[in-house]
Unconditional design. Structure first.
Length: 195
């Protein structure tokens, strides 16, 4: 497939995914190149927070897939094979809860990031030659567009599409009162409940 080795695995099985990944990593380290791993799994939560997506699937289907939770299945495997005991697993859960809570507090107490950082770590650093060509194309586009029609009013210029690597900053989103809570931060969200 696509000129490279491929594997199809049960994405809800920690051990199956681990084994497929182990083989792929060893294959790459031996100079064999990449491997495509297709992990067959299922999204039990809505496509986005607040969405109801039972128009194309049933609640029964979702509940059935929840019984195949990879975390719970792996816990059962560890307990059954006496690799870990209940106290050790509970300790891991408590540690994870503490890490998540600390991260949540840090995020809520941090200042809003500057608008020009919106695309940071989203795109790779531009290759110099490509970036230079991009600028030439953009300059030609702007020159052609400006000669064809008058410049838009100042307040509309922010809403035009960005150039090659320019971050997308839309004033309607970033300055809308509903998108910010007190002190300019996003409204607090309650941590997700445990499964």
């Amino acid at each position: 497939m696509y000129g490279l080795p491929a594997a199809e695995v049960d994405g809800n099985s920690v051990l199956a995914v681990f084994e497929a990944a182990r083989k792929a990593v060893n294959h790459a380290r031996d100079g064999g190149g990449p491997t495509l791993i297709e992990c067959k799994t299922y999204r039990t939560r809505a496509h986005a927070e607040g969405m109801i997506d039972f128009g194309y699937r049933t609640r029964q289907e979702v509940e059935q897939w929840k019984t195949r939770c990879p975390i719970e299945s792996f816990k059962s495997y560890l307990l059954k094979n006496q690799i870990a005991n209940a106290a050790e697993l509970a300790g891991i859960d408590e540690w994870i809860d503490a890490v998540v809570e600390e991260a949540h507090k840090f995020a809520e107490s941090s200042p809003m990031p500057p608008k020009d950082s919106a695309a940071t770590h989203v795109f790779a650093d531009p290759i110099p030659e490509v970036s230079e060509n991009c600028q030439k194309v953009e300059s030609a586009r702007v020159e052609t567009a400006s000669s064809a029609r008058p410049s838009p009013p100042e307040e509309e210029r922010e809403r035009t599409f960005p150039t090659c690597s320019e971050p997308v900053v839309h004033p309607i989103i970033t300055e809308h009162p509903k998108s910010q809570g007190q002190n300019g931060r996003s409204p607090s969200r309650k941590p997700r409940s445990k499964r």
